[in-house]
Ligand binder design. Structure first.
Ligand SMILES: Cc1ncc(COP(=O)(O)O)c(C=O)c1O
Length: 463
């Protein structure tokens, strides 16, 4: 097991999940409501349904491995975030979690903006018809072409991440019809994942301008010094899969201190404070993810308190959830292949996907649960490890799974909470074509991203 990995990000080797499986659940057929999509259920005969569609029908029509995305789950979480942060706050969906035209249309129809971090994500958003003024452009190494495209398209905010970029934006602003509006990304020295956070004096990472070194103050000076640029405020993103607000409190305190210095030095009060994303979801029954409403209330209280203490008008609060919007919506559906009993240890269950469609277990030691989907079973539980089809012993989908001991080749297995950072991090390792993404809603299913074919892969090989 990697000593530098983390359930949600590449830091804090000290909090690795212990490799001791929890006891088996009382009923292996249960679908824990915190982990499964809101539209998941079982028919009277025990077959799993997603968005009202029988998983056997999905497997027959679209093949496996396949990601099945519950549209209403995504939409309802958009509404939860908007209700919690609105009407004076703004919510942008972080498209890096899962970037497809259909999903971007759903989230914008529900009233969210879209946050992109490359020219590629920007093109998906523009081609989906996302209004440019509702797009925020991120990235620590945006090329001149990407910036030019963002400026000419008229994106709502560009988040400045380096001095070179500010110079490039000043140059591009010269010929622009819309004056680029800039947020300055601040490195607060706070890093948060799941239940814990670190506040450090150093800022040993690639994003943003350091507060500690004074680079953030200098970045704001330069943006304000460019007549072609409009300075809107500050941005901070402290981590991922965060369950409590302690890290946000320290970060907000530091960002508000900078806002006070900006007011004192330039006579400018920031209009926007973007606290980024990172809100945690439940991957297993053990994860007690906070309610969005409570999270929003404590973030608002923190920012209010900090601004009041500093005598500053409260800026508009923006957040950028990715995982929190799409993570819980999607279930990966696999067909069971070989089943191998490794004496005295566990049973290895191989499925027709793996690290190419879900790298998070190998990359972050992420934990998942899974369930027999094509039927229910009352057979006793067997301790299993669900593994993929790739040529890698670290090709694990679910490290510790309790599955019924009558599991057989050809059964369908479902792994919930795979909507974020699974398809978007998918690869063609071992020349495995990437899986389709199928949207389900109200008993109907349609592909929103088609399955890759071997011909797609071969067509790239032009040597
Ligand atoms: C700047 C920024 N905003 C938002 C997000 C979304 O984070 P999450 O999907 O954990 O909510 C990220 C993730 O890396 C990010 O870097």
């Amino acid at each position: 097991m990697s000593r530098v990995a983390h359930p949600a990000g590449p830091r804090h080797g000290d909090v690795l999940p212990a490799d001791h499986p929890l006891p088996p659940p009382g009923d292996l057929n249960d679908l824990h409501p915190g982990v499964w999509p809101r539209g998941a259920g079982r028919r009277a005969d025990g077959v799993l349904t997603l968005g009202g569609v029988d998983v056997r029908q999905l497997a027959a029509e679209f093949g496996t491995a396949v990601y099945v995305c519950d549209e209403e789950d995504v939409r309802s979480r958009c509404r939860d975030y908007l209700e919690a942060f609105g009407p004076d706050g703004r919510v942008f969906y972080a498209a890096k979690a899962f970037c497809s035209r259909a999903v971007l249309r759903w989230v914008t129809a529900e009233g969210l903006g879209v946050d992109v971090c490359t020219g590629g994500e920007l093109e998906v958003a523009l081609s989906a018809g996302v209004p440019p003024e509702q797009i925020t452009m991120h990235g620590n190494n945006k090329s001149l072409d990407e910036l030019a495209r963002a400026v000419s398209a008229g994106v709502g905010h560009i988040v400045a991440d380096s001095f070179e970029e500010i110079a490039r934006l000043a140059y591009l602003a010269d010929g622009a019809t819309v004056r680029p509006t800039i947020l300055v990304r601040v490195t607060t020295g706070v890093e948060a994942h799941t239940h814990e956070f670190m506040a450090t004096a150093h800022d040993d990472q690639k994003f943003g301008f350091s507060l500690a070194s004074g680079a953030a103050d200098e970045a704001v000076r330069r943006v304000l010094g460019c007549p072609g640029l409009s300075f809107a405020g500050l941005h901070s993103h402290i981590g991922s899969q965060i369950f409590d607000t302690a890290g946000f409190e320290v970060a907000a305190h530091r960002v508000v201190s900078l806002a006070v210095r900006i007011r004192d030095e330039h006579g400018v009060e920031i209009e926007e404070l973007d606290l980024g994303g990172g809100f945690g979801i439940a991957y297993t029954e053990e994860d007690d993810a906070p309610e969005v409403k409570e999270l929003a209330q404590s973030l608002r209280d923190i920012v209010d308190g900090q601004c009041r203490a500093a005598g500053l008008r409260r800026p508009r609060l923006t957040v950028e959830p990715g995982r929190g919007i799409v993570g819980p919506s999607t279930v990966s559906l696999y067909t069971v292949g070989t089943i191998k009993d490794v004496d005295g240890l566990r049973t290895y269950v191989s499925v027709d996907g793996g690290m190419s469609d879900n790298i998070r277990t190998a990359l972050y030691d992420a934990e998942y649960v899974c369930a027999l989907a094509s039927r229910s079973s009352s057979a006793p539980p067997m301790l299993s490890r669900v593994v993929g089809r790739h040529c890698e012993s670290g090709d694990i989908v679910v490290r510790n799974a309790w599955l019924p001991s009558d599991l057989a080749s050809g059964d369908l297995l479902a792994v919930p909470a795979t909507g974020a950072y699974c398809w978007s991090m998918a690869s063609n390792y071992n020349h495995v074509p990437r899986s389709a993404v199928v949207a389900v809603d109200d008993g109907a299913a349609r592909a929103i991203v088609r399955r890759e074919s071997l011909d797609d892969l071969l067509s790239l090989d032009v040597g």
